[in-house]
Design a binder for this molecule. Structure first.
Ligand SMILES: *Cc1c(COP(=O)(O)O)cnc(C)c1O
Length: 227
């Protein structure tokens, strides 16, 4: 796995990183437990995509960063149904749509709020008791109902490898996510367009990019270890 190289400032780390990213890959700076001061530093260095895991933390930070209007906010953590409305008000992207029930709840609220959130479907490629997400079977069976979620822009798959995989296994895991997305694309759903793959974190983004990732979600590689 890539070891974290935390020399230099946030801006310098970003510059080094960007030099290695293919143009299709968008970097999301994951700022859970990161201060708004560090977020401002990343913003100054050109970051416009920020990822947060929790509604409460995102609410607070957005209030403090109101003077930076052109941020794209990405929700990357599990969303409880009772916070779905807040999520729609706070985030342009929701990467962690992990059940049909949640998708349908978001769809009906998005209709009421007249918004069209961009979402990824979180899928468990390998069975992992600690992770949220559709199993592959559940996802395939849910496609007709997901295709009916007319207020959602379903734009990709998101996956997180279980802990403890080797590099080869991690690469395989990401490749299986990409293959699943193309298999679904080949079915030509009218309302599901999976051109995005949200995969790769600080330790494994190189492998994710090799497998076709379009969104990498980096926290520690930019901001250092969380406390
Ligand atoms: C925390 C988190 C990340 C970032 O992890 P790092 O190892 O800090 O890069 C990415 N995705 C999700 C879903 C996370 O919860």
């Amino acid at each position: 796995m890539t070891s974290l190289n935390l020399t230099g400032t946030i801006a310098e780390r970003l510059e080094t990183l960007r030099a290695t990213l293919p143009p299709r890959v968008k970097l999301i700076a994951v700022t859970k437990q990161v201060s708004v001061a560090a977020m401002r530093e990343a913003y100054q260095a050109g970051v416009r995509d920020f990822g947060e895991s929790r509604i409460q933390e995102a609410t607070q930070k957005q209030a403090e960063l109101q003077d930076l209007p052109d941020i794209n906010w990405h929700l990357i953590g599990h969303l409880q149904s009772n916070k779905a409305k807040s999520a729609l008000l706070l985030f342009q992207w929701i990467h962690s749509v992990d059940s049909l029930k949640l998708a349908q709840r978001l769809d009906s609220l998005a209709g009421e709020l007249s918004c069209q959130p961009q979402v990824c479907l979180q899928v468990k490629i390998a069975s992992d008791p600690n992770k949220f997400g559709f199993s592959v079977t559940e996802l395939m069976e849910s496609l007709p109902a997901l295709n009916g979620c007319q207020h959602l822009q379903i734009r990709g798959l998101m996956s997180i490898p279980p802990l403890g995989l080797s590099e080869a296994e991690t690469l395989k895991f990401f490749e299986r996510t990409a293959e699943l997305a193309s298999k679904i694309e080949q079915q030509s759903w009218s309302h599901i367009h999976l051109q995005h793959l949200s995969m790769g974190m600080s330790e494994d983004y190189g492998l994710a990019i090799q497998a076709g990732s379009t969104f990498i979600r980096l926290g520690r590689a930019l901001f250092g270890e969380r406390t």
